[in-house]
Design a protein around this ligand. Structure first.
Ligand code: TZP
Ligand code: MG
Length: 217
């Protein structure tokens, strides 16, 4: 049901893992972020045992349901199915979008990463519901993210397709407006929310900036 309104969920896209929240639980951080106005949440957990991912993922999913925001799973279509998530986000080397959709069904969201026009073309051919474009700026959250690409690709994509996009990589309240002005429908962030002492306030500030910068779009 979220899929048909996907662009409405782009503004503040929270990407988070289960660990590394400075003594706080992922669930606590997520609740505050949702309270602050996060519009979609992606569980991106690369290390934890699957048992833990399923247990904690179910709690995050229920929390997202409470706040009526889509809950997505990074990479793992099997985990998304088991958790009855609202969709997946996959990279260029993960399960292809069309295959993910085959497993998930037509009402689920399939988001795909793109760091170049060629990758965007592939993502569009794979039926992406939205594109995660980046890394826009330098980030230490994903060491293998590659060189920052800036906001140019976001504009190029917006001129070519009507697909919603989120910028990702090194985005914070100081540069979020540029990402939106370039044509993105939202900003996807990890540290700008999860690493802040007040995730609620951080999310609310990002939302204010994004909504202000989208103007009438
Ligand atoms: N994909 C491209 S950059 C990135 C991911 C998952 C990490 C973004 O993290 P941060 O902390 O918002 O820079
Ligand atoms: Mg991936």
């Amino acid at each position: 049901m979220y899929r048909e309104h996907i662009s409405a969920y782009m503004p503040v896209y929270l990407v988070m893992g289960l660990e590394g929240h400075g003594g706080r639980t992922a669930l606590e951080i997520a609740r505050e972020a949702l309270e602050g106005g996060v519009t979609i949440l992606q569980l991106r957990e690369k290390n934890a045992p699957l048992k833990q991912v399923l247990e904690q993922g179910a709690k995050l999913r229920d929390l997202c349901r409470e706040y009526r925001v889509p809950f997505l799973v990074n990479d793992r279509v099997d985990v998304a199915v088991l958790l009855n998530a609202d969709g997946v986000h996959v990279g260029q080397d993960d399960i292809p979008g069309l295959a993910a959709r085959q497993l998930l069904g037509g009402d689920k969201i399939v988001g795909i990463s793109a760091g170049s026009m060629e990758e965007a073309e592939w993502a569009m051919a794979q039926g992406a519901d939205y594109l995660g474009v980046g890394p826009v700026y330098a980030t230490s959250t994903k060491p293998d993210a590659g060189e920052a690409i800036g906001t140019g690709l976001i504009g190029d994509i917006a001129r070519r397709w009507s697909v919603p996009t989120v910028g990702i990589g090194g985005i914070h309240s100081g540069n979020a407006a540029s990402v939106i002005q370039a044509g993105a429908g939202g900003v996807a962030v990890v540290s700008a929310i999860t690493k802040q002492s007040n995730p609620l306030q951080a999310a609310a500030e990002l939302k204010r900036i994004v909504l202000q910068s989208t103007g009438g779009r």
